[in-house]
Design a protein around this ligand. Sequence first.
Ligand code: PGA
Ligand code: ZN
Length: 402
Amino acid sequence: MTLIESARARQILDSRGNGTVEVDLRSGAYLGRAASASGASTGAHEAQSFPHGGLEESLRVFHEEVARRLTGRDARDQAGLDQELHDLDGTPNFSRMGGNLATAVSLASARLAAAAAQLPLFRYLGGPGAATLPVPFGNVIGGGRHARGGTTFQEFLVVSQGPRAERNVMANVRVHRRVGEALALRFPERPLGRGDEGAWVAALDDEDALRLLAGICEEVEREVGFPVRPALDPAASEFYRDGRYRFRDRSLSPSEQVTLIERLVRDYGVVMVEDPLQEEDFENFATLTRSLGSRCKVVGDDIFVTNVTRIRQGIECGAANAVLIKPNQIGTLTDTRAAVDLAHRAGYATIVSHRSGETTDDTIAHLAVAFGSYGLKSGAVGGERLAKLNELIRIEESLGRR
Ligand code: PGA
Ligand code: ZN
């Protein structure tokens, strides 16, 4: 039993300079602290991050209603606490207290229980069997909702797949740096910036960006001696309007978009493609999974929103072979875990992911190890991204892998 004795919530900053919520739960000398991130390209079916009154309203609900229901509870009773959050909120998508508040409370409780058990979070949640390190996905070139003036596709990522997390993280950064150098040479007169997740922003067309990234991945792969491969997150819902995918200079029908993705994956050795189609198009997702599934992870983010109902629908029609996992898309750890378990039972891989507006909270690194997830998507550079990557390196060390 780990009695929650006090509960506090506060506004802190995220990496875009917006306010978000952090929660502290205490039991004796033990502290459980967690903060929630925020997305920019959010799925239509996600939990609502904040109520209509914004962060202030979340904090008001916390102080007037939630805090006193937390004190006296057992932090080890995660399912009970998460049910209490649902009951208190009373809406299907946490629109009254805000999904970010629910997520921070839920994760803080797990952190408190782990602290009191004197275990790292990944061990407390994953048990003695949690010993597989996820491969890191790092965002290298970006655009979409994460940067003005960049590519139409939101993210061009690298995933290094060597036997050690620490070397994978370093290889991802090497690709990121080398792409920056290549862009500086290519556009000597232009300023070169970075987007919300630290990815380079340049006036490239999507295929150009992928070509550049794939070439540098090959170069770094030769140097490090393990697979270093490109991955894509078009975040296609963001540029889909009135039945067509709208690029800067042209628009594509859904079947033309399928053909484009198939060609890009094949021509450039892409090993993971996330949200290649808009979030309601289960059918064309299934078409792509049939044609690419043997060579590539077809990942659902906005289409599944870490929600078991949507994931089940996807499994039934073969819409994907992997699920992106973002705790604040669904609002509690229990619901997040249910999504992971469902995915794994169906043979789908899971990738635990940051949001574009992040804090220095490192919980997702622990979740990825606890769940035995295939991947951790947490950028390549930038303090709020490194908080997770560096924690992954520490976890690996604690497992005696180095
Ligand atoms: P978001 O996007 O955090 O801005 O919602 C990240 C993603 O689409 O993977
Ligand atoms: Zn995504």
